[in-house]
Write a protein that binds this ligand. Sequence first.
Ligand SMILES: C[S@@+](CC[C@H](N)C(=O)[O-])C[C@H]1O[C@@H](n2cnc3c(N)ncnc32)[C@H](O)[C@@H]1O
Length: 404
Amino acid sequence: MKPTITLSPFPKEVESWWWTHAVERWPEMSEEKLLNTLRQEIVEQSDRFNKARSFDASAYGARDLSVLAYGNFYFSRTWMAARFALAELLSVCQWTPPAKGPIRILDLGSGSGASGLACLNALRENRIANPLELHAFDYSSKSLAYLKDLHRSCADLWPNTRIKTERNDLRNPSPKMISQRYDLVLMGFSFNEIMQDLELEERVKGLKEITNCLKRSGFLLLTEPAESEICRSLHQTVARLKELEEGLFILAPYWNGMPCPMARENGKYFSHEVRKYPVVERVERLNRPLRLEIREVKFGFSILGSTSPEPVPKTPNLLRLISPVKKRKGTISFFGMAANGGERFYEFQRRDLSKEVMNQLLGLQRGDLLQIEGEFSASEEGRIRLTEANRLLPLFVPRVMGET
Ligand SMILES: C[S@@+](CC[C@H](N)C(=O)[O-])C[C@H]1O[C@@H](n2cnc3c(N)ncnc32)[C@H](O)[C@@H]1O
């Protein structure tokens, strides 16, 4: 299917910058020794993110080894997640930047800057010419120092931009942060760490304070790792805050301001995107013996703001793909979250389809927004049978240049 928007891949300059820093930090090590040292740390971080889940200021932002392992391995992934979420903000939520004057961006739990710098780069690629100011907060001063250095070294990727960094424990944010207003607030894979072990009402209170930092026309973008409990926690917090705050709207991942239904019900699929992107060479090299997933970025996300979303018809003809596309027993099928709020099972009979249409269906990615043209009938359990008379139209189908 033809993409509705094409994103650039992770920049080579940033990939090389991280590797050069690792080499400069340990000039005495052979390449293989350095790769193995980073690999050991990557595995520790993977266990920390996925199993131990314990975070504090010394977790992985206190040592050069941790920051450099993150930078060389995980940074490209969270960068791409931010790029996909921003693409949705720019093309589906139709964010319009201020006509003139600087655009102010706040990155909370910025680490070494994957989300904030991806945002500066995306805005420039989208020909947004305003001066850009990025204000980055983290409790790891080491990560913030890397962010500043990277910003300075790869200036061509984000011309005419300024950054300010501030060391801060965001569990007790500084009054100064709360007193300022931003056009965009980003939280890239940091909400779950900052809100770790907090009850729902405390998370809601924390998120409310963060939304207070938005200008009236501003948006908050949260991306999170695609782990079921983390995504459920994100969507429950967002849904509860929306119930309490009339003037706040949920603009994504669903239409009509709908909270993620999976936050309430135990749906078959929890809400997250699975997006492909071209493999980053250094990541591939590091990953050879590790065999972690590196060709896809899986993430949950939410976009909030005070601008009410454009309503769309509440029909099953509009859907967000929320499952893998399956080819079996003469059918091609998938689950979609329909614009009327229901989780639906969509099924095409393969015998009806041309090879071209079949390939298009098999090339869909979880998170694509689609429209189905033509009439169809739905069974009582919500199963929708589609035929060759039903065409799928892409509404938001982002793809990365060079992705295979
Ligand atoms: C998984 S990293 C994500 C970094 C970056 N946003 C990205 O997109 O790659 C999470 C970040 O949140 C920061 N963090 C976690 N808890 C924090 C807290 N209580 N206060 C400030 N920063 C925190 C960590 O230091 C780390 O840099």
